[in-house]
Ligand binder design. Structure first.
Ligand SMILES: N[C@@H](CCC(=O)N[C@@H](CS)C(=O)NCC(=O)O)C(=O)O
Length: 214
């Protein structure tokens, strides 16, 4: 039975999973989640009442949470080098960096975007200032640990799938160009990767909906 991904091309966490699917060249059906496709949204809500995309349906299994989806793809459909290395110690590093990009970059950059979308009178400038401060701390830490390769050594991994949308979007919401050269160079390497370029290309028709689009 083919895999089915419920997602939207502009969503950062969906891009994270799309990159993994493209890395392994896994065929799947894409179900677009958007207000215009209410039947898709209704089905999605039944499969995952928390309603955070993406989710992957594989036969009678529903897999939620982007990192778990990538682990599932890597475990069952790997086609080429694994995104979670089989050496458990290296795998732990990959999972750690995956958490860093999700929790300490993506979360704060999303806070800035969601606050921008709030109506006047409901904005949280204190929270946004804190998010920007935390991003600067995360950027500085990443700058101090990143090498000239990927997040974990010289092997592309799940951590890089997470890094790509996190850093791409945060570079728009809270710029690091000119301040953190290693981070900037790492994002450029990510953007040149074919799986990532493809995900980015597919998001282009929706780019106008991103409030910090340039
Ligand atoms: N921890 C989740 C986060 C997923 C997430 O935040 N998805 C966003 C899109 S990037 C979403 O569905 N937002 C819809 C909403 O907040 O209502 C994961 O890793 O899959």
């Amino acid at each position: 039975m083919p895999l089915t991904l419920y997602a939207h091309p502009l969503s950062s966490y969906c891009q994270k999973v799309l990159i993994a699917l493209y890395e392994h060249d896994v065929p799947f059906e894409f179900i677009l989640l958007s207000p215009e496709q209410s039947e898709n949204e209704a089905e999605f809500g039944k499969l995952w009442p928390i309603k955070l995309m993406p989710i992957l349906v594989d036969g009678d299994r529903v897999i939620r949470e982007s990192s778990i989806i990538i682990e599932h793809i890597d475990l069952n459909y790997a086609n080429g080098p694994r995104l979670i290395p089989q050496d458990p110690k290296v795998a732990l590093d990959v999972r750690f960096f995956d958490r860093v990009f999700d929790n300490h970059v993506m979360t704060h950059q999303q806070k800035i975007v969601f606050d921008f979308l709030r109506p006047e009178g409901a904005k949280d400038s204190y929270g946004v200032t804190g998010a920007r401060e935390r991003l600067d701390v995360a950027y500085a830490w990443l700058e101090s640990v990143l090498s000239d390769g990927w997040s974990v050594g010289d092997r592309f991994s799940m951590a890089d799938c997470a890094a790509s949308p996190s850093l791409f979007y945060s570079s728009k919401t809270h710029a690091f160009a000119g301040r953190f050269p290693r981070l900037e160079a790492y994002l450029a390497r990510l953007e040149a990767r074919p799986s990532i370029a493809r995900a980015r290309e597919e998001a282009k028709p929706y780019w106008k909906f991103f409030p910090f689009a340039d």
